[in-house]
Design a protein around this ligand. Sequence first.
Ligand code: NAD
Ligand code: GDD
Length: 324
Amino acid sequence: MKSALVLGAGGFIGGHLVKRLKREGFWVRGVDLKFHEHAETEADDFMIGDLREQEVVRRVIDRRFDEVYQLAADMGGAGYVFTGENDADIMHNSATINLNVLDACHKRNIKRVFYSSSACMYPEHNQLDPDNPNCAEDSAYPANPDSEYGWEKLFSERLYLAYNRNYGMECRVARYHNIFGVEGTWDGGKEKAPAALCRKVAMTPEGGTIEVWGDGLQTRSFLYVDECVEGTTRLLRSEFEGPVNIGSEEMISINDLARMVIDLSGKSIDIHNIPGPEGVRGRNSDNRLIREKLGWEPTETLRAGMEKTYAWIANEAQRRHNLH
Ligand code: NAD
Ligand code: GDD
C-alpha cells in the first residue's frame, strides 16, 4: 500500500486532500497544530504537532513516504496577511516549517514533496491594472511581492528547488490562486473573500446591506478546492517541477462576486464599499504553462463552486445562530 503524508491536514485544503488520498487507497498520515474544525479526519493516523519544532518533524517523518504534501503555513485572507500586523510571525513560522520539513525529507531519502506556494509571490507592479494583471510564471523576477507572506513563499519556493538541484530530490512547486469551497475558514479573521461574502450575505436579512472592502473594482480569480486537489496530485506525480499556477482564469471584480452571492441567496441586499485591507489591485491565474506541462487545467465555473460554498456556509451560520 502506498503511503502519503499531509502536513497541514487540519486545515482547509489539507482536509480535502486527505479525503482524496484515502479514496485513492493510500495509507495517510495527517499532521497539524489542531484537529480540523469542520470535519472528522479520514487520515489513518493524525498527529497533533508543531512543525516549527525540529524534533516533532523528525518524529512525523519517520519513514519513507511515497508522497509528501507540505501545506502547513501561517496564512489567511487579506484581513490577516495584508494588515502588516502579523508579518514577523508569518515569515518566521512558515519558513521554519519549510526548513525543517525539507531537512527531514532529505535525510529519509524521500523524493516527492509537494509545496504550496501562492500567487502572492508575484510582483506588485504587474498587478496594478485590475483588467489586465500579469501572473505568468516567468514574470516572478525581478521580485516585488506586495506582502511579507509573498516574500516567504518566494524564499521557500527557491528552497524546495535548491534541494532538487543539490540533493536529487523531486519537489514540485505550485502557486495557488485563492482557493475556496466547503469546509473552509469562514469567520474569525483569516477567511478569504468568497467565504467572507457568503457569511455576510447569509447573516444579513432581506433588504439589508453588506460591507465590502475597497471600491469593489479590484479583481481576482477563485478556484474551487476539488480542482485544486486534482491539480496538486497531478503535479506531484508529473515530471514537471514547476513553479506552476494552480488557479482559475475566470477573473471577476469583488463587487461582482458579492452580487453573485446575493443572487444565489435569493435575497435583495445592497453593497456598501468601505476601506479595508485590499492587497493587489488585480490578479488572475495564467494557465498557459499548466496546460502545456500537464495537459490539464480547471474547468468548473465560479458560480458552480460558489453555489456549493454558499449553501454550506449559510447552513453553518444558521447552526451557530441556533446554538446561541
Ligand atoms: P489553512 O490555514 O486552512 O491550513 C494550513 C494549516 O497549517 C492549518 O490547519 C494550520 O493549523 C497548520 N499549521 C500552521 N502552522 C503549523 C505548525 N507550526 N505546525 C503544524 N501545522 C501548522 O490554509 P489552506 O487554505 O488549507 O492553505 C494550505 C496551503 O496552501 C498553505 O501553505 C497556504 O499558504 C497555501 N495557499 C493557500 C491559498 C488559499 O487560497 N487557500 C492560496 C495560496 C496558497
Ligand atoms: N477577506 C476578505 N473579507 N476580503 C474582502 C472582503 C472581506 O470581507 N471584502 C472585500 N474583500 C476584498 C479584499 O480587500 C481583497 O481586495 C479581495 O477581496 C480578495 O481578498 P482575499 O480573498 O482575502 O485575499 P487575496 O485574494 O487578496 O489573497 C488571498 O489569496 C492568495 C492567493 O491568491 C490570500 O488568502 C493569500 O493568503 C493567498 O495566498
